[in-house]
Design a protein around this ligand. Structure first.
Ligand SMILES: [Zn+2]
Length: 305
């Protein structure tokens, strides 16, 4: 059915263009007051403040405070019910920077895979290089990407230098106008992100409570929707613009131009949608080394490791 095919292709194209536009722009202007730069997360470890209940006590975990995908001791965990802080970067001291790789997957992308139009949205060359050169990195995974690539997700989780974070289930927009990305219903926001934490948690490894919105698009309503989950929103301060890059050079330039101690660099591990990232990566790593900067897991860069 040509009509259907062309419609799907258009949707995929629109989604692709939207994703490209989203990552080429500066981080969203909307910020919580606490979001300017580094946000210090208050310690939220009630267990450390009060003695553990005796083993014979009935289990009486307060209802309604369950945190999907992990406990209050994970990096990025914030008090349940509080408005999530939004972080762009860590302290501008020291020499650590975070390489963060988004693993996008939308319905349109999944269709491209299933129809054979696209070979892969998982860039193995990136992962192999990080493994081989023992480079720490943090992966913001969509739930659909995890479902598409379970073996690869296991491999990421098994690496002690890799942290795992949350990038929604299906990369839908959480604000009314997010570069044309299809929008999630307000009432589904909380469950979408909770479900993704649960999916990722099954793989173990270095779990976190870090979350990144698709296109970095968020507003007060979106942040309020995530308050029950006790997480930290991570935007980033260095946008590499790697989606749909035609050459590795601009990606390297963008990644290195604004990089400073504490920077959070946004890259993609999606191959077909970011085909130059693996070629750019060695140059980015060399450029960081020239500047005396050292990649570290996100939690360490944010001072929460
Ligand atoms: Zn994304």
């Amino acid at each position: 059915m040509p009509v259907k095919i062309s419609r799907v292709s258009l949707v995929a194209l629109l989604g692709a263009a939207a994703a490209a536009a989203a990552l080429l722009t500066a981080p969203s202007p909307l910020r919580t007051p606490a979001s300017a730069g580094i946000v210090r997360i208050p310690a939220t470890e009630p267990a450390a403040q009060s003695p553990a209940p005796p083993a014979t006590a009935p289990t009486s975990a307060p209802s309604g405070t369950a945190r999907p995908g992990g406990g209050p001791d994970l990096p990025g965990a914030t008090p349940i019910g509080s408005l999530p802080p939004v972080v762009d970067h860590g302290p501008r001291t020291g020499n650590k920077v975070a390489l963060t790789f988004d693993a996008d997957m939308t319905e349109a992308m999944r269709h491209q895979l299933r129809s054979g139009a696209v070979r892969s949205y998982a860039n193995l060359k990136i992962i192999e290089r990080l493994e081989r050169e023992r480079v720490p990195a943090t992966f913001f995974l969509t739930g659909m990407w995890v479902e598409q690539y379970p073996a690869l997700t296991r491999r990421l989780a098994a690496n002690p230098r890799f942290e795992l974070a949350n990038h929604t289930y299906g990369h839908l927009a959480f604000t009314p106008d997010c570069y044309g990305l299809p929008r999630i219903a307000d009432r589904k926001m909380t469950a979408d992100v909770a479900r993704t934490f649960d999916l990722v948690a099954e793989y173990g490894g270095r779990q976190t409570r870090y979350f990144r919105f698709p296109g970095l698009c968020h507003d007060r309503q979106a942040l309020e929707a995530l308050a029950p989950l006790g997480l930290t929103v991570v935007d980033g301060d260095v946008v590499s613009g790697d989606p749909f890059a035609k050459s590795w050079r601009p990606v390297v330039r963008a990644a290195l131009d604004g990089v400073r101690p504490g920077s959070v660099i946004i890259l993609h591990v999606t191959e077909a949608n970011a085909p130059m990232t693996d070629e750019a990566l060695p140059h980015i790593l060399a450029g960081l080394a020239e500047r005396g900067l050292e990649p570290a897991p996100l939690s360490e860069v944010l001072g929460q490791g």
